[in-house]
Design a protein around this ligand. Structure first.
Ligand SMILES: CC(=O)SCCNC(=O)CCNC(=O)[C@H](O)C(C)(C)COP(=O)(O)OP(=O)(O)OC[C@H]1O[C@@H](n2cnc3c(N)ncnc32)[C@H](O)[C@@H]1OP(=O)(O)O
Ligand SMILES: O=C([O-])CC(=O)C(=O)O
Length: 392
């Protein structure tokens, strides 16, 4: 096949009104609004509304949306019981993936295929995913599950359910910004997975649990865990250049660097870098300095050895922010999911209810069949008893 299309690069598969990315100039737009404006003026709740409904809400609409989210925060008791029966070593993303699928059991009417029912499911998932992530962390560490706050923002509630104490307004704000930044990114691998699953007419829960699985991989959302592992392994700012050169010259990748679409710095990484710098200063730690040196050393090495720099993506600076907030490293990717559910759900609804032609169809790409042993066609079937072991 044409190498330019490997990994579906450069292939247009659908129209979308949800998000636009300018990879050359580092611009990210949700429903027509620049991510920078949303970070400066909006909240995660308002951004989620925008993604789901296509417009900024009025004060009444936002208040109603916030109320619906708060009311849906609780996790069904049997789900908590099931979580308690899991081995403590279960990975948070695996627990989240199965809990999302399990939420289908509690849907008011799973046979309701209307847009309203899908919007209700989207709100349920946005509200409950943070509760599931927090509950699992508490269960695996032998602590009691904390009931959701009746009031309080989405970000504050997550931190409260995770720690059992209310966060400061500053910490809740940092989390809120991280949520806004991670909420949507067009046809990334996990969103594509959600849309592909939806295209079969599978349920929203099936689509979102598939998306959680796709996000967990280290080339996608899972990179933010690997970034923190890298920072810990490097350990000291003075070790960065040698570590990076060693990793790259042995053919390894630097996690949090490079992107399938951006050919410059990811605009989210710019904002996260400033947040990471501020939080490192406040906590008097080295994680921002190490991260920044990783960015510079990787750019330099790539330029010198490959003739082309690579740039930081959203996962590079988020790792040190969460670590500095005392959040366990393996929750980095679940936190990404807590936010990205807004984008995923919006895409599932667009996939199922797009009004304009061309309407989405069942995804079914074409593969190039290449024969392995005997050429593409005409193989003779040899009975098992007469077969010799194939030499690979
Ligand atoms: C939320 C997100 O999903 S953001 C991405 C999170 N993932 C990561 O941070 C993992 C590290 N990064 C990567 O693996 C890659 O940059 C990807 C998978 C994200 C994008 O990969 P691609 O689309 O292949 O990037 P691109 O086409 O720009 O790669 C060009 C070259 O740079 C190399 N390259 C890209 N990223 C990196 C990296 N992080 N470290 C080392 N080399 C890299 C590729 O191997 C390729 O080299 P080659 O031509 O010698 O084979
Ligand atoms: O768009 C991508 O390929 C990955 C990404 O940055 C995201 O999902 O936020």
């Amino acid at each position: 096949m044409d190498a330019r299309n490997i990994g579906l690069r450069n292939i247009e598969v659908a129209d979308t009104k949800i998000c636009s990315i300018d990879g050359e100039n580092g611009k990210l737009i949700y429903r027509g609004f620049d991510i920078l404006d949303l970070v400066n003026h909006s909240t995660f709740e308002e951004t989620s509304y925008l993604l789901l409904f296509g417009e900024l809400p009025s004060p009444e609409q936002l208040a109603d949306f916030g109320r619906r989210l708060r009311e849906a925060r609780g996790i069904p008791e049997p789900m908590i019981k099931n979580m308690k029966n899991r081995p403590k070593r279960a990975q948070p993303m695996d627990v989240l993936q199965s809990c999302v699928a399990e939420l289908a059991d509690y849907d008011l009417n799973i046979d309701d295929f209307s847009k309203e029912a899908h919007t209700r499911r989207a709100i349920t998932l946005i509200a409950k995913i943070p509760s599931i992530v927090a509950a699992w962390n508490r269960i695996r560490t032998g602590q009691h599950v904390v009931d959701p706050m009746e009031e309080g923002s989405h970000a504050a509630n997550f931190l409260y359910m995770l720690r059992g104490v209310e966060p400061s307004a500053e910490e809740a704000k940092v989390m809120d910004i991280c949520f806004i930044l991670h909420a949507e990114h067009s046809f990334n691998a996990s969103t594509f997975a959600a849309r592909e699953i939806s295209s079969t007419r599978a349920s929203m829960y099936a689509a979102i649990s598939g998306a959680v699985g796709a996000l967990s991989g280290e080339l996608h959302g899972g990179a933010n865990v690997q970034v923190m592992k890298m920072l810990l392994e490097i350990g000291d700012p003075a070790n960065v250049e040698k570590w990076v050169a060693g990793r790259l010259s042995s053919g390894g990748r630097i996690m949090g660097m490079g992107h399938a679409v951006y050919r410059t710095t990811d605009p989210r990484a710019d904002i996260l870098s400033r947040l990471s710098k501020a939080i490192s200063k406040e906590k008097n730690n080295k994680w921002f300095e190490i991260t920044e040196r990783v960015e510079k050393a990787t750019k330099k090495w790539m330029l010198e050895h490959k003739g082309q720099a690579i740039y930081p993506n959203v996962d590079l600076y988020s790792a040190s922010i969460y670590y500095s907030m005392g959040i366990p490293m393996d929750l980095n990717t679940p936190i990404f999911a807590i936010s990205r559910i807004s984008g995923w759900a919006s895409h599932v609804i667009e996939e199922k209810f797009a009004e304009a032609a061309p309407k989405p169809a069942l995804y079914r790409p074409k593969a190039v069949y290449i024969g392995r042993y005997c050429g593409p066609m005409g193989c003779e079937y040899v009975p098992l008893s007469e077969r010799k072991q194939q030499v690979a």
